[in-house]
Design a protein around this ligand. Structure first.
Ligand code: 1GP
Length: 242
């Protein structure tokens, strides 16, 4: 179970490095290479998804699975990104937004399908934070992110998510954000919840990963930097694990 792995890691003070793979950014050859690189670099989790996806998600996950034994979670940008080939799904409820489809509507549509699948469900409160530029997730979700200096709003949103029974909180600056979520916000959110905290969007350096992990992020998600420079992967994973 992926949830057990996450809780054990947190109990042992071990941070989790999650590599986000957007299938549209890859050919099957680069996906093969990236998957092998992930396995060799000791990546802990692979997330698969994107705000908009045109490539076939099933075959992308098959390539990942052929080259790694790393647990693979769907990180669906929409209903077309649900695949039985993955191990689990971050069932995202976009709680920073006020778009009912992303709070409950799409979940109703997908629920029976997900229940019939073997996917492990990780119910996740997804909170968008302004990251210095407008991002695909903001546009595609038709929601406004929480301003990066409104820590109290982010904290209250995370607390509400936990009170509603969500089991993970994901602070998201958006893929390719100029600024990752600031460490003060990470610290304050972590202090106020008792569920695992996922943080992603805009991580580019080892220092940012170390600071975010030290501030309370349990799972650190990196996508764009590795798309641009795959050779960075081993050092970013190491930074997360130290
Ligand atoms: C985006 O949090 C993830 O959903 C990762 O963001 O692509 O900026 O690393 P980056």
């Amino acid at each position: 179970m992926i949830s057990e792995f996450i809780h054990k890691s947190i109990a042992n003070n071990k941070k989790i490095f999650a590599l986000l793979i957007d299938p549209d950014k890859h050919t099957s050859q680069t996906l093969h290479q990236l998957s092998k690189n992930a396995q060799e670099s000791s990546v802990d989790l692979i997330l698969v998804g994107g705000s908009l996806l045109n490539n076939d998600i099933d075959s992308s996950i098959e390539i990942i699975k052929k080259n790694t034994s790393i647990p693979t979670l769907l990180f669906p940008g929409n209903l077309l990104q649900i695949s039985n080939k993955a191990d689990g799904i971050l069932l995202l409820s976009l709680i920073s937004g006020r778009n009912p489809d992303l709070l409950i509507g799409n979940h109703v549509i997908a629920s029976s399908h997900i229940k019939r699948s073997q996917l492990e469900v990780l119910p996740t409160g997804y909170i968008l934070i302004e990251g210095g530029k407008s991002t695909s997730v903001e546009y595609m979700s038709n929601t406004k992110p929480i301003p990066s200096d409104k820590t109290d709003i982010a904290v209250a949103t995370a607390i509400a998510g936990e009170m509603l029974g969500l089991r993970y909180i994901y602070l998201e600056a958006g893929s390719g954000a100029y600024n990752s979520v600031n460490t003060n916000m990470i610290r304050r959110v972590k202090e106020n919840i008792n569920i695992p905290l996922i943080v992603g969007g805009g991580f580019k350096t080892e220092a940012e990963i170390i600071q975010s992990a030290n501030s309370g992020a349990d799972i650190l998600v990196v996508g764009s930097s590795i798309e641009q420079k795959p050779e960075l992967l081993p050092e970013l994973v190491k930074a997360c694990h130290q």
